[in-house]
Design a binder for this molecule. Structure first.
Ligand code: RUB
Length: 312
């Protein structure tokens, strides 16, 4: 339980972050937890696995990859604890390998949309979006990236570092300079925490402003998203929760205490309507956002019954 709680804490406090990484970490933790459990009673084992799954899912409410990964592992079968463990390992390892492969495929597919000499704008820090940039650069395309800081947690600095290591020319800008620089941009590439059945994309706060600015300037917006970022539950009418994080990320408690009439809002994500998105690049191909429902039905393959029976 100690290690499970520690992994949950790391996800909650964003020591482990980014929708794909969170998903892979949760799958690995459930696998390892299954092997750490001491019981030989399958009923007790199943109950402990259920509680562990719920705990992990509750750590970040917006990244749909997290419940999708957990649900993939929870499909395990087995009449005995040993059989269940074997099944869990197979499912978790399969999910992790599939996820890593998906990011690579997205790079291969999405990089075809990047031309030699392009200036790309990105926001926050997305492994899937960076995979496209890295693949385009590896193909010998001379690209430059403009990337935002992504306040308040500054994930843009991670992007700057990763692009720098790859050798890609990068300009780091403050979030409010997006429109100022949009005229220099050829294409916008960002990631996703969730994609809804109607093709809206939920990603780091500020993503919708970048997309709006791109739309105004007639610049294409590509969203890099593995299929497990698509939210099956939105077919049932559920909305994706937007995580509201601690106000201390925006202003220190001491500073805030100087004011009498001030509240602080700190939503971590926002919703970009599909009208602002030209292409969602997944590991099974690039699709217009209008096709989100098809991806959920054909590639995630979860039946309505399973969605109803399983909140995780
Ligand atoms: C990260 C974020 C990323 C997506 C996609 O937010 O919004 O753009 O998660 O990332 P946070 P990836 O830092 O709050 O987790 O492509 O790596 O899954």
């Amino acid at each position: 339980m100690k290690q499970l709680a520690e992994t949950a804490r790391k996800i909650h406090e964003m020591e482990i972050r980014g929708a794909g990484k969170i998903a892979r970490t949760a799958a690995a933790e459930l696998r390892d937890y299954a092997f750490r459990l001491r019981t030989h009673d399958i009923i007790e084992f199943n109950e402990k696995m259920r509680i562990a799954a719920e705990l992990l899912v509750s750590m970040r409410p917006t990244a749909v990859s997290l419940p999708n990964a957990v649900r993939a592992v929870k499909r395990y079968k087995g009449g005995t604890v040993e059989d269940a463990r074997r099944s869990i390992k197979e499912l978790a390892d399969g999910f992790i390998a599939g996820s890593e492969n998906a990011i690579k495929r997205i790079g291969d597919i999405g990089s075809k949309r990047v031309r030699d000499g392009d200036t790309i704008m990105t926001h926050c820090n997305s492994a899937a979006a960076i995979s496209i940039m890295a693949a385009a650069y590896a193909q010998g395309k001379d690209i430059r990236v403009i990337n935002t800081e992504s306040r308040p947690r500054m994930q843009g600095h991670l992007t700057t570092r990763q692009l720098d290591v790859l050798g890609i020319k990068t300009s780091l800008i403050v979030d409010s300079a997006v429109r100022y620089f949009m005229k220099e941009v050829d294409i916008v590439i960002m990631g996703a925490d969730a994609v809804t059945a109607n093709g809206s994309v939920i990603n780091k706060i500020g993503t919708s402003q970048v997309a709006l600015s791109a739309k105004e300037s007639r610049k294409n917006v590509i969203i890099a998203a593995e299929t497990y970022k698509f939210s099956p539950r939105t077919i049932l009418g559920d909305l994706v929760d937007i995580e509201e994080r601690d106000r201390g990320e925006v202003i220190s408690p001491e500073k805030l205490s100087e004011f009498s009439n001030v509240t602080v809002k700190n939503p971590a994500f926002d919703v970009t309507p599909r009208e602002y998105i030209d292409l969602i690049c997944t590991e099974v191909g690039g699709f217009p956002p209008e096709m989100a429902y098809v991806i959920i039905k054909d590639f995630l393959g979860w039946g309505i019954e399973e969605m109803n029976s399983n909140g995780a």
